[in-house]
Design a protein around this ligand. Structure first.
Ligand code: HSE
Length: 400
């Protein structure tokens, strides 16, 4: 079976490497040999054997009927969307790691794949090498998914873990993460939570079978988390994690990405550094958790190649995935209920008590001149209104 790889960056070169290193095993599992006939990239790679299959013109791949599967690992929506759509319409299955593409056009591309009796698979788009898309589609089908809570971004998890363990501030660890190659040179998508938001949009769309637009998900990043916040988390025997949460409460659906304080007993507490973890709650199954490398060349490529194997095994058959383009009505964020850790200047203690009523004070070693407390469970709207009446130094939602 001939395949093509669109993009010879980190993941693309990983896909070629995995196919070559595990060739025997992959052939056995796919039931046929899988050969990379083309790699598309704008660049040349002198001295790399990829040169023998490198093309610069996408049309060569699109118009070659021998190519049955295309791995799209370029990232970004343009021109990936146009290329993927054309491949599916030409009867080629597509496997992608591209979360921007899947979050924005997943429903439409799945529909085209269904009509053309091919497959559009995207295991690598969420959680890198962690199997989560296939379990949601195929293993957890007996359950109503009540909640998905995930640490969905390795870069921010690394930053928060290092701040927690060594007391470094955000900027210092971000620099370190960039030096180690974890964070992008422009780290905005990671640290502002946009990357996690797109991944949560994909997971909630799949869990509830309808389109969740990432633009509708309330998203907060980690740039405002300070060393003082970490000291409070420590005093509470807890950690701060950037969590993407999609939750069903009766007929209401909530989705939010924000940093949260989680206690030692929370299943995601021990997911540290660049690892990702995804906790799914089913109404029959209870809790199930997926843990592993959420990013990186070989883990991500491993998930892309597993999709290629699946596509090879399902030639001529569409693997049904329920994701309608109809929008899932998310409940108003203002109605979501949370407990907050709030920090105000010491002189505003009385004012804070008057505004928030019954609260629980939290003290942290090494932090002075302020009053910190846990609110009772309150709606975002009520919190917003109360917090306007005092000087809030910082507030973090608590999941204990
Ligand atoms: N920047 C992403 C992360 C890469 O840090 O998790 C994987 O999507």
């Amino acid at each position: 079976m001939k395949i093509a790889v669109l993009g010879y960056g980190t993941v693309g070169s990983g896909v070629v490497e995995v196919l070559s290193l595990n060739r025997e095993n992959i052939t056995r599992r796919a039931g046929k040999e899988i050969d990379v006939k083309y790699v598309l990239d704008l660049r040349d790679f002198p001295g790399d054997p990829v040169q023998n299959v490198l093309v610069h013109d996408f049309q060569v791949i699109l118009n070659d009927p021998e190519v049955e599967i295309v791995a799209e690992v370029m990232g970004g929506v343009k021109p990936a969307y146009e290329y993927v759509k054309a491949c599916l319409e030409n009867g080629k299955s597509v496997c992608t790691s591209n979360k921007e593409l899947v979050a924005k056009h997943g429903a439409e591309l799945l529909e085209i794949a269904k009509q053309k009796k091919v497959n559009f698979l995207f295991e690598a788009s969420v959680g890198g090498g962690i199997p989560i898309i296939r379990p949601l589609n195929q293993s957890l089908t007996a359950d109503e998914i009540m909640e998905i809570t995930g640490i969905l971004n390795g870069t921010t998890n690394y930053i928060l873990s290092q701040m927690h363990d060594y007391g470094y501030d955000f900027d210092t660890v971000l620099k370190k993460a960039q030096e180690l190659g974890y964070a992008e040179r422009n780290p905005e998508a990671d640290v502002e939570g946009y990357d996690a938001c797109r991944k949560l949009a994909i997971l909630t769309s799949l869990a509830y079978g309808k389109q969740v637009d990432f633009e509708d998900i309330y998203t907060e990043g980690i740039t405002k988390i300070t060393t003082e916040d970490m000291k409070y988390a420590d005093a509470m025997d807890a950690a701060i994690k950037l969590l993407g949460i999609g939750r069903r409460e009766n007929d209401k659906f909530f989705a939010m990405v924000a940093p949260r304080i989680i206690g030692k007993k929370h299943p995601l507490y021990s997911v540290n550094n660049v690892f990702n973890g995804i906790l799914v709650k089913g109404n029959m199954l209870g809790d199930v958790m997926f843990y592993g490398s959420g990013a990186g060349k070989l883990p991500t490529a491993s998930a892309v190649v597993a999709d290629i194997v699946d596509a090879a095994k399902h030639t001529g058959t569409n693997i049904m995935t329920i994701w309608s383009s109809k929008k899932l009505a998310l409940s108003d964020f203002a109605e979501a209920e949370n407990i907050f850790l709030v920090r105000v200047p010491e002189e505003e203690k009385d004012a804070a008590l008057a505004v928030f009523g019954e609260v629980k004070e939290v003290k942290a070693d090494g932090v002075a001149g302020e009053f910190a407390f846990l609110t009772k469970k309150m709606t975002e709207a009520a919190f917003e209104e109360s917090s306007r009446k005092v000087t809030v130094k910082n507030r973090i939602r608590v999941e204990i």
